[in-house]
Design a binder for this molecule. Structure first.
Ligand code: ATP
Ligand code: MG
Length: 293
């Protein structure tokens, strides 16, 4: 068996589950080259001093907290739940979006949170659930269940459940009615606090962060090229507050220019409509692979 290099940074990711594909994509988009087979315990990167360790997601916060690995990628829900003391969140990764949702059986009399006061909630996230009720000046009993939480009310062990949902369809399918959102979550990059104090490790972590941020911001922007009469340039600049000032080049057609800039994904269509209305034409939109600021 191949050995891990002790001087390399160690990053723990979920071995097989909801976060695995997106995490491997992120690492590959960040230019890391490694082999990943389902049966592997870890992979060494060919082109970066990094070992990727494959674990159950529940174990990752503890491994990072104890310093067995330097970095981890997990759902923020696990951090909210386990509150590992020696861990710092470095980056939100914009995938693995879900909500910890409190729900009751459709026929339940409970209409609001207070109706559950002093009753029992079945959940994989008892700390998060208790914290939420405490913040609302209520108290709750919890029973910890790690799988098929939806069935607990039917078995009579709890009046409500708190479970992660992405679309809510699983809850609807099981005749459950959402009562409140406890929190929203997404995948995050976390670090062991001591690793951030080691000069060598910090330097490597920062290099990785530049790459991850480059991939993430590229996802949020599009590259736009358009033609426009010269006199509307000030208007176009106002509409597209890009990363920096736009690139402007003259066209053969007198009085016309070509303008190139980047625009944010979340206001993408609004911006395109405004540009068209302002007089821009032949608008071309391109995906961006990476942005290094
Ligand atoms: P493991 O075998 O690693 O313990 P798991 O079954 O505990 O896996 P998954 O169901 O793969 O975990 O979920 C991993 C993470 O994906 C969750 O902690 C959460 O952050 C995120 N997630 C995103 N959408 C959902 C969803 N609809 N339900 C559950 N988790 C979700
Ligand atoms: Mg798990």
């Amino acid at each position: 068996m191949q050995n891990m290099n002790k001087n390399n940074l160690k990053l723990a990711i979920q071995k097989s589950g909801r976060l695995t594909d997106d995490t491997l994509n992120l690492l590959r988009s960040a230019g890391l080259e490694f082999e990943s087979y389902k049966s592997k315990l870890f992979s060494s990167c060919r082109n970066f001093p990094l070992e990727i360790v494959y674990l159950r997601d529940d174990d990752i916060p503890d491994y990072v907290s104890s310093g067995s690995v330097d970095l981890g990628i997990v759902g923020q829900n696990l951090i909210f739940e386990e509150k590992p003391s020696n861990v710092k969140k470095l980056l939100n990764l914009q995938y693995g979006f879900c909500t910890l949702t409190l729900a009751v059986p459709k026929e339940s009399k409970a209409q609001k949170l207070a109706d559950l006061n002093n009753l029992t909630v079945a959940t994989t996230y008892p700390n998060s659930t208790k914290d939420f009720f405490n913040q609302n000046d209520l108290s709750i009993e919890t029973i910890k269940i790690t799988g098929s939480v939806e069935i607990a009310p039917m078995l009579g062990v709890a009046e409500a459940i708190a479970d992660l949902t992405a679309t809510g369809s699983t809850m609807a399918l099981n005749d459950l009615r959402p009562l409140a959102n406890i929190y929203d979550s997404e995948a995050v990059l976390i670090s062991n606090k001591q690793s951030l104090l080691s000069k060598n490790k910090l330097q490597l972590i920062n290099r990785l962060m530049v790459r991850f941020k480059g991939v993430l911001s590229a996802k949020n922007y599009k590259y736009v090229m358009m033609n426009a009469p010269e006199e509307i340039l000030p208007k176009l600049k106002k509409i597209t507050k890009g990363l920096k000032s736009p690139t402007v080049a003259p066209l053969v057609k007198a009085g016309w220019i070509s303008v190139q800039t980047v625009i944010k994904e979340d206001v993408f269509w609004e911006t395109i409509e405004k540009l068209k209305n302002a007089g821009a034409s032949s608008i071309i939109i391109l995906p961006i692979e990476k942005i290094i600021l």
